[in-house]
Design a protein around this ligand. Structure first.
Ligand code: ADP
Ligand code: MG
Length: 237
């Protein structure tokens, strides 16, 4: 479709993969609920950023994604908004306990930013978000997790620690986000990431975001994602 190609070019988006959903132009095009649209406008988000225009329809359709876009391009909402939709669809269906959405980020600071963003969109839906990284005592964290949550935002080491302590199970986890995958590799978290992925059911939806795509990250993506759509915004990647 030449019109779609032209629109992608105007957003500096390149895609690869089969049957790639067409990019949206407005948040209305995403088909979000009234409740979620309210939360979006409350944030002052008037229209989706380029990565959001292409990633939202891909992820909302249930497809897996490799998203490559530079810092500040709005990647957080690109995975948090479809996660809210996913959780609203899933939580009535599943009897298990434990988080439905699991987000891994390389550092406490980055995880905290995601935690704050995720809470903004979760609150009005009665979705509970827990932070699993340094800063809170392990005992307090354990107690909070025991009380239950639908989303965990975590650094890899602390997440494994909490799984090992049986603070929650991964039985209900069906939406996994690996954010800033290149930095997680730089920090040596590859074994922890592989361990976490191995503990989440294979019928999950996996999303991987990164500012760059080194060979090792590409290899992991090929191993853990199923028929992903690859989206590159701008000149990097
Ligand atoms: P990235 O993860 O790509 O580095 P962030 O998700 O942290 O980027 O977003 C960068 C900034 O842009 C944040 O302050 C966020 O609130 C803001 N932002 C995200 N999406 C939009 C949007 N659609 N409209 C306006 N601002 C947005
Ligand atoms: Mg980010």
């Amino acid at each position: 479709d030449p019109e779609v190609n032209e629109y992608r070019t105007s957003l500096a988006i390149r895609v690869s993969g089969f049957d790639v959903p067409r990019p949206i132009k407005t948040f209305e095009d995403a088909g979000f609920s009234v409740e979620l649209m309210k939360a979006i406008s409350k944030q002052g988000y008037e229209k989706p950023t380029p990565i959001q225009c292409q990633a939202l329809p891909i992820v909302l359709s249930g497809r897996e994604i490799i998203g490559i876009a530079k810092t500040g391009s709005g990647k957080t909402a690109a995975f948090v908004l479809p996660m809210i939709v996913h959780i609203m669809d899933q939580r009535e269906l599943q009897k298990e306990e434990g988080p439905i959405g699991v987000i891994c980020a390389p550092t406490r600071e980055l995880a905290h930013q995601i935690f704050v963003e995720a809470k903004k969109f979760s609150k009005s839906h009665g979705i509970r978000v827990s932070a699993v990284y340094g800063g809170m005592s392990k005992l307090d964290q354990y107690k909070e997790l025991k009380a239950g949550c639908e989303i965990v935002v975590a650094t890899p080491g602390r997440l494994i620690d909490m799984i090992r302590k049986k603070a929650f199970t991964m039985l209900r986890a069906t939406y996994l986000v690996l954010d800033e995958a290149d930095r997680m590799f730089d920090l040596g978290f590859e074994p922890q990431i592989r361990s976490i992925v191995g503990q989440i059911r294979p019928d999950r939806q996996t999303l991987l975001f990164s500012a760059t795509m080194p060979r090792k990250v590409e290899k992991l993506a090929r191993e853990i994602l199923t028929d992903p759509v690859r989206v590159v915004v701008g000149e990097i990647g």
